[in-house]
Ligand binder design. Sequence first.
Ligand code: AMP
Ligand code: GLY
Length: 426
Amino acid sequence: MKVMVIGSGGREHALCWKLAHSASVHEVVCAPGNPGIARLARCVDVSVTDMDGLLALASEEQPGLVVIGPEAPLVAGLADRLRERGIAVFGPGQQAAMLEGSKAFAKEIMQQAGVPTAAFEIHRELEAAEAAIRRMGAPIVVKASGLAAGKGVVVAEDEATALTAVREMLAGNRFGDAGAEVVIEECLRGEEASCLFIVSGETIIPLASSQDHKALLDGDQGPNTGGMGAYSPAPCVTPAVATQVLERIARPTIAALRQRGIEFIGTLYAGVMLCDDGPKTLEFNVRFGDPECQPLMMRLRSDLGMLLYDAATGRLKPQSLQWSDDVALCVVVASEGYPGDFEKGQRIGNLAAVEAAGTTVFHAGTVVRDGELRNNGGRVLGVTACAADVASCRAIVYQALDKLDWPGGFFRRDIGHRAVKTGVEQ
Ligand code: AMP
Ligand code: GLY
């Protein structure tokens, strides 16, 4: 079949890469794609926010399957509009996408379903929100309810930080409409993991575990980002933990949506904190994680095209997916300054040498201008490798990164640190 992928990030590059290697897929079209994706797929320059443009493109291309990568078009209802036109879509409709689009809605569903999560309050009025912070006390977490590209969460160690955050959101318009409602919640401690599921109706298939590094700087310091690196599998997700996340979090959440008449077709991403009394949900996403998708796709042995098509068309059967025994690890190279302001258009050189050193480089914020590859976004490259263990993966990726010629590129030096027990140096 012909598959159309919507998006332009590292996640979509990894999806296109895996789809292009799927026996079930003969052609991949991507809108809008990026220079890395263009090596595998036919890219068509339609933005992910151009709903009419995407619908027109789908009508013209008549793909056997559309895979929607990012959250924004899902929350905007693109999947519904495509389905109305009889096109098979992997990605939830607008109502189901509210699990990610509204943290307040996600909390309501979790409460209804008895899913373990941090104790919380939802507020729209500043005074009441400030009172809640004072009542609940620090440490405390303040979240913009709407979409904020992973940047709308403040984990405050003291009350003053939490109060500043809530004022910026409710009074200062910091995240626009996304911050007009806030979730204020208990601060959980523990190790985090990303647990993803392919969902179609009642069928829920776990993907391999992974772990993301959301903080900007080494040692998990600095502000939250969309994710600075990831690896799979995550040793902290033991088989027992994976079962708990499936049975106590994913299944009851999907069942609670179904009780409201909401069908979920797509990827359910549970960000969980492994607490002393079991895994608790930090957030839901309704798509593959970025950068978690990059190591996951490198390890997946099953035919991705068939899997997503079966999910999209109600044919998905409970099954165990096939995974490489290897570890895969992805280090994100970002533009210096991200998640704040940064300069675009800097030349990125020597990528061929980075790949020749044994990595697969997934593109995110890149563009070709004047015949040169240049940075065009915050997160720019995902340099990924597979090897027998995390230490070997790190060695391959970091040695390859020594060859990158981009002075304005920035990356963490400690991706995978929790999985490396022996303090291996890069
Ligand atoms: P979210 O987008 O909700 O996953 O939040 C982004 C990051 O903030 C998470 O990956 C955690 O590191 C942190 N975080 C979110 N909620 C909590 C919480 N209740 N307790 C501690 N840390 C949290
Ligand atoms: N890596 C975190 C996310 O995709 O939301």
